[in-house]
Design a binder for this molecule. Structure first.
Ligand code: C2E
Ligand code: CA
Ligand code: CA
Ligand code: CA
Length: 279
């Protein structure tokens, strides 16, 4: 038994060392990714449930890592956050997102709104409002064309700088959305304290609607909270007509999910946009 215990220990240490080495390797590769143009934004449509019209999109990051193909955010965002690289990466995301939506909305009567994901790290370590202002100016993007997605955990810190930063951003005319709503600690009191304009209902609830009774009740409750607080709602991970119908009939305004389109490269999204605007 003693000998076996020791083998387990050695195996455990080897595994830890392997994981640490891999993280370091990803971090080093990621450090070059921005500079080498290995990052790309994909875009996923957001539609208005009532009309079926595409009214916006979410920008989702992809990394073309040399020798590894396309790497998904779940495999590198947490490493980027832990190492602080997310500040530089997030800045690139903002610049690219502004440039894209500025071009899509040039001269068009019904502008799209583009949602961009922000990490908590971008709030504490950075002159975020200043950076956003600069990207808006350089691209000619109107502030109202941009929506920033943040998570509940950022607000639960109750941090004064976060509150000031959000006030500065909304003061400039940007919209703020609470991403993955319902999965966090949901101390609902923060909803009226911060200048939030949208709740994004997490896929983990939407996926089991309308089949699962408790998920159905939770979604209904979230939609009624949003309505009481005059917040816009968007459901993520909508994959079926039945889900869309249920959400629409309970007052959800927007939907995003495979039913309407997967995240896609910019050229494919622009082709879809052209078709949708011609209709
Ligand atoms: P998220 O913000 O919750 O993004 C939604 C995720 O759900 C995306 O995964 C999207 O591809 C996926 N999804 C969309 N519709 C459906 C559907 O109908 N069914 C299913 N099963 N999945 C769907 P993705 O692109 O892998 O992104 C994962 C997470 O990485 C995002 O979750 C977000 O938290 C983070 N992320 C992505 N881009 C960025 C970024 O630019 N900055 C930061 N900080 N985080 C990002
Ligand atoms: Ca998001
Ligand atoms: Ca989400
Ligand atoms: Ca989610």
């Amino acid at each position: 038994a003693k000998r076996q215990g020791r083998n387990h220990y050695e195996f455990y240490m080897q595994e830890l060392t392997r994981q640490a080495a891999e993280r370091l390797e990803v971090e080093a590769a990621l450090r070059r990714a921005c500079r080498n143009g290995e990052l790309e934004l994909y875009f996923q449509p957001q539609v208005e449930l009532r009309s079926g019209r595409m009214v916006g999109a979410e920008a989702l990051l992809r990394w073309h890592r040399p020798g590894h193909g396309m790497v998904m955010p779940l495999q590198f965002i947490s490493i980027a956050e832990a190492s602080g690289l997310i500040v530089e990466i997030g800045d690139w995301v903002l610049a690219d997102a502004c440039a894209a939506v500025a071009e899509w909305n040039r001269g068009d009567a019904a502008p799209l709104q583009l949602a961009v994901n922000l990490s908590p790290r971008q709030f504490i370590r950075h002159d975020l409002a200043g950076a956003v202002r600069r990207h808006l100016q350089e691209s000619g993007c109107h502030p109202s064309w941009l929506k920033l997605e943040i998570t509940e955990s950022l607000l639960l810190d109750g941090d004064r700088t976060v509150e000031d930063m959000l006030e500065a951003l909304t003061g400039m005319g940007l919209a703020i959305s609470i991403d993955d709503f319902g999965t966090g600690y949901s101390a609902l009191s923060y909803l009226h304290r911060f200048p939030v304009s949208q709740l994004k209902i997490d896929r983990s609830f939407v996926g089991d609607v309308p089949g699962d009774r408790s998920k159905r009740e939770l979604v209904k409750a979230m939609l009624s909270i949003a309505s009481a607080l005059r917040l816009e709602t968007v459901a993520e991970g909508v994959e079926s007509e039945q889900q869309a119908e249920y959400l629409a009939s309970h007052g959800c305004r927007l939907a995003q999910g495979y039913l309407y389109g997967r995240p896609m490269p910019r050229a494919a999204f622009e082709a879809l946009l052209a078709t949708s605007r011609a209709a």
